[in-house]
Every structure is written in structure tokens, then in C-alpha cells.
Ligand binder design. Structure first.
Ligand code: NAP
Ligand code: F7E
Length: 364
């Protein structure tokens, strides 16, 4: 049987790297679009890229950018994909307030360019769009599912809502097989280092090893539905294996605050925190230090009881915030047989264990 061909934008990102592994595991030929960069940007796929049995045999990389229409048309013609996964995005919500126009160019119009390239070339392919729980923004109901009205709270959310609707429009107008995966936050050791979970696990590792003294955070009370990224990438593939194109929410159904994520991260390394002060003056201090499996002897921990290790920096606050997200993925469970396995505390453990070992080994 002919191998299936997938084309992935955003292959160098967190999700792109896991999705590539999943598709190669299912014997796909995978083509990825990478951006030209002045420094290396393939770190997350280097283990595949540097494997001579994989590169240019099962995995092919092409320079491109979702802001460049002619390049997208050419790549679609050249690769003739059975499935396209559009993961490329300016994906940082806070940054989208600084570069709103570029965010719209990539996240909104980039999606349109792809759909239109499919229409123009007339190739028969399936299209996955990386939609997001940020569409729900100022949430209109709790929990959120496929029928919950949207209320985006950032230029990122506003750009992604265009992407969401243009997918539906092209599906209805031109009969394309195009799906929106409305994915709630999903994290991993490969998460970008400026997203809050990875920022916390890296900083806590560095604090305990004496490489940095404090972790500065923004809104400690924001609540997110955090899942484990590889499981969400399997869900993307499942959406494109259905008979009919539909939109699906993928979420864990649990929500936790940034403060809880921070507390649990320290706890995994044997540190109990106490919180003092209110709102922007709130601080996290070390209350107790215990032996723990990851660190071993507590003498290896550099900070002392009473040290302030977390502070609030209002520079990390957003002009408009999404206060709470919690998803209901009953539809995905029923129709795709998809549900999360990794619980919140396991996710924190996976991430802190990975970062602690990295900092210990590399020294930074
Ligand atoms: P990520 O780690 O930030 O990766 C983004 C990818 O897009 C990177 O490969 C990046 O390339 C690429 N990219 C950015 N601008 C591009 C452009 N103009 N042309 C081509 N490629 C471009 O994001 P992620 O966490 O893997 O998320 C994947 C997708 O899912 C994104 O669309 C995101 O908005 C969406 N999403 C993510 C979550 C989540 O919790 N992770 C939840 C819902 C939706 P470089 O490596 O060169 O920067
Ligand atoms: O923020 C709060 C912040 O940047 C989570 C992207 O993948 O998921 C991601 O967007 C929460 C927010 O992710 C800091 O205010 C506090 O309430 O990790 P984040 P995000 O904004 O939820 C969605 C689903 C996507 O689609 C996006 O592409 O944490 N927070 N203190 C902080 N956030 C950051 N980054 N840094 C802080 O210091």
C-alpha cells in the first residue's frame, strides 16, 4: 500500500516535533516546513534530523513561511500531501499584544493562504487547523465545549478566531475536509521556555541548584486546563481519520492555578512554599526542605528556609487576561475514543524531572 504523506507547518515547535514522531511511527512520509533562521531552530527534531535512516528517507524538510503564498502553493504541489497539519503560529499570547499585526498575518491570514492554496491546486487532502481554547477567552460558560460561544481576549485569540471560521467557511463553501482542533493548554519538556509551565520548571531547577535566586511571575491566580502534549498530538491525527470533517475540543477537564503549578513544582524537589502578601506584593518563601527522590540529599539544595524564591512582576500581566479555562472533551471521547491519561501531578513531575536533570548536567 502507498505510504500516506503528511505536510506539517510548525514542525520545529513543541507539537510539530511530537506529531512528527507519531506519524513516522504510523509509517507516514513526513514533510515539514521550517523557517530560515540565523541560529539553529531544529533542536526539537534534531534526534530525527540527525538520523540518516530517517532524514530524506521518511522525513523531508523544506524552507518556507506561512506568510509566503507562492511558497505554500509550490510545496503543496511538490509534496502532494494526503494530510496537512497547520501548526505554524506566533503562539505566545502576551507577545501578541506587542506584535498584533504580525500575529494576525501568521495565525489568521496564514491559515487562509493554506486553505486557498488547497482550493487553487485542487489537490484532495485533509486539513487540520491548530485552533485554541484562547477562543473562549472571557468564558461564557464553565466548562467549555464545541458549542460554547467565543470571546477572545488577545490579538492572538482574535487572529485564531479568524482561522477557526475560515476553516469552517472553506469546508462548507468548497467541500474541503478541514477540521479545527480546539486544544486546551498542553505542555511537556519540549514546551517553549517562556510559557509559564516551562518557565517555572526551569527556574525552580536553577534556583535549587544555585544558578538563579528568584522566579518572577505575573498573574498567579490564572487557571488553566493543562494536559500532556504528546496525547494531544495523537488527537490531531485522530480528527483527520474520521469519515467526516468536524471540530473537536481536546482538554483534560481539570483546572489549576499558576500558583498550584508553582507549589507542586517546588514540592517535587522537596520544598514546601508559603505565600505572604497580596496580589502584586505576593511572595513565595521556603517553609520546609525535605529529602526527595529527584534531588537526593537535601544538602544539595542551595537556598535556605525563609528565602524568598518567587515574586510577582507586573510586567508579566496581560492587558486583558483569560482568568479560567476548563474544557469538556466528551465529544472527542465519544467520536474519536480520545481522552487524556496523564494527570496534572504527573505532568508537573515529568517536566520538573526533565529540567532538573538538564540543569544539573549542562550547568545552566
Ligand atoms: P510553538 O512551540 O510556539 O511552535 C510554533 C511553530 O510555528 C514553530 O515551529 C515556529 O517556527 C512556527 N512558525 C512561527 N511562525 C511561522 C511562520 N511565519 N511560518 C512558518 N512557521 C512559523 O507552538 P506549539 O505549542 O507547538 O503549538 C502548535 C500550534 O498549536 C500553534 O498554532 C499554537 O498556536 C496552537 N496551540 C497550542 C496550544 C498549546 O498549549 N501548546 C494550545 C492550543 C493551540 P520556529 O521554530 O522557527 O519559531
Ligand atoms: O500563560 C499566566 C498567564 O503563556 C498561562 C499558548 O500555547 O496556551 C498557551 O497560551 C497563564 C496566563 O500560556 C506568567 O497570564 C503568570 O494566564 O503559559 P502561558 P497561554 O497564554 O495560556 C493556549 C491554549 C494557546 O493557544 C497558546 O498558543 O499563566 N502567567 N505568570 C504567566 N504566563 C507567562 N507566559 N509568563 C509568566 O511569567
Amino acid at each position: 500500500m502507498k505510504k500516506k504523506i503528511a505536510l506539517i507547518t510548525g514542525i520545529t515547535g513543541q507539537d510539530g516535533s511530537y506529531l512528527t514522531e507519531i506519524l513516522l511511527g504510523k509509517d507516514y512520509e513526513v514533510h515539514g516546513i521550517i523557517r530560515r533562521s540565523s541560529s539553529f531552530n531544529t533542536g526539537r527534531i534534531d534526534h530525527l534530523y540527525n538520523n540518516p535512516d530517517i532524514l530524506n528517507k521518511k522525513l523531508f524538510l523544506h524552507y518556507g513561511d506561512v506568510t509566503d503564498t507562492s511558497n505554500l502553493n509550490r510545496l503543496i504541489e511538490k509534496t502532494q500531501p494526503d494530510e496537512i497539519y497547520n501548526l505554524a503560529a506566533q503562539s505566545h499570547v502576551k507577545v501578541s499584544f506587542e506584535i498584533p499585526e504580525y500575529t494576525a498575518e501568521v495565525d489568521a491570514i496564514g491559515t487562509l493562504r493554506f486553505l486557498d492554496a488547497i482550493r487553487e491546486t485542487g489537490i484532495r487532502t485533509k486539513f487540520y487547523q491548530a485552533s485554541t481554547s484562547e477562543l473562549f477567552g472571557k468564558v461564557q460558560e464553565i466548562p467549555q465545549d464545541e458549542k460554547t460561544p467565543f470571546y477572545p481576549r488577545s490579538p492572538y485569540g482574535a487572529a485564531k478566531i479568524y482561522g477557526y471560521w475560515i476553516v469552517i467557511n472553506y469546508r462548507e463553501a468548497y467541500n474541503l475536509f478541514a477540521c479545527n482542533g480546539i486544544l486546551f493548554n498542553h505542555e511537556s519538556p519540549r514546551r517553549g521556555e517562556t510559557f509559564v509551565t516551562r518557565k517555572i520548571t526551569r527556574a525552580v531547577s536553577r534556583i535549587l541548584l544555585g544558578k538563579q535566586s528568584k522566579l518572577y511571575l505575573g498573574n498567579l491566580n490564572a487557571k488553566r486546563d493543562w494536559g500532556y502534549a504528546p496525547e494531544f498530538c495523537e488527537g490531531m491525527w485522530l480528527m483527520l481519520q474520521q469519515k467526516n470533517p468536524e471540530d473537536f475540543v481536546l482538554a483534560t477537564g481539570e483546572t489549576h492555578t499558576v500558583r498550584e503549578f508553582t507549589d507542586l513544582t517546588f514540592k517535587e524537589l522537596g520544598i514546601e512554599l508559603e505565600w505572604k502578601g497580596k496580589e502584586q506584593d505576593e511572595k513565595g518563601l521556603i517553609k520546609k526542605i525535605s529529602e526527595c527522590a529527584i534531588v537526593g540529599d537535601k544538602k544539595n539544595i542551595i537556598p535556605k528556609i525563609g528565602d524568598v524564591v518567587v515574586e510577582v512582576d507586573k510586567g508579566y500581566y496581560r492587558p486583558t487576561e483569560v482568568d479560567i479555562l476548563i474544557g469538556n472533551s466528551a465529544k472527542a471521547k465519544e467520536k474519536l475514543g480520545w481522552q487524556t491519561k496523564t494527570k496534572f501531578n504527573e505532568l508537573v513531575k515529568i517536566m520538573i524531572e526533565s529540567d532538573y536533570r538538564k540543569v544539573l548536567k549542562r550547568g545552566y
